[in-house]
Design a protein around this ligand. Sequence first.
Ligand code: ZN
Length: 252
Amino acid sequence: MRFAHFVSQKAKMWGIVEGKLLRVLQGSPFGEWRATEDMVSLKDVTLLAPCYPSKIVCVGLNYRDHAKELGMVLPQVPVIFLKPPSAVIGHGQKIVYPSSSRQVEYEAELAVIIKKTIRNVPAEHVGQYILGFTCANDVTARDLQREDGQWTRAKSFDTFCPLGPFLAVDLKPDCLTIKLTVNGEIRQNSSTGEMIFPVAELVSFISSVMTLYPGDVVMTGTPPGVGPLRVGDVVSVEIEGIGILSNEVVAG
Ligand code: ZN
């Protein structure tokens, strides 16, 4: 099942995706909810990112095929970093290319959305703390990442964290096709089966460092084929069972 968070007639609400329609919910998938008889058309609503994270925890190198592409040895421990919640945008919103960068790049990623507070939980038990999954784009100012050494500036510009279009629940995350296109041309095409640290291990590891709260996001790394974005591009992340997250790049 897939949930959508959206604005319809100026009200924020949740719905269940039924083809090209949304069945309106009372409540939200993060708590109690009930499906109503009300339906709205997907084309008549503005989709929002499907969560309100207190933080977005990301992992550096996490795809075997990407490590191979870069000629890097596999990490023994996940290298994690943060993106701020202020960077989040939804499907259809615009990525703003900052004037301080000359090399903004895309990174298609599977995003995990946390359901309930989790701290220090072993991998075999993290399932019950995960609400579901969405598509993410870990937009990065690569030149500033190199220049700074620290990654905060490069990863944190407003609009640098597109999430969406839907929140998919009951999805097994360990062998999903993940693709990214720029203006319809395929640039990344892999499987989440290539992950060095699979979802459960990664969430468990992060929970041994920091408490994750409902709505927090864990981004699970990107496959090979990372490359540049230009003003005017439309970049789309597609993950099997979730949908297609598309965003246009505009000048800052
Ligand atoms: Zn990334």
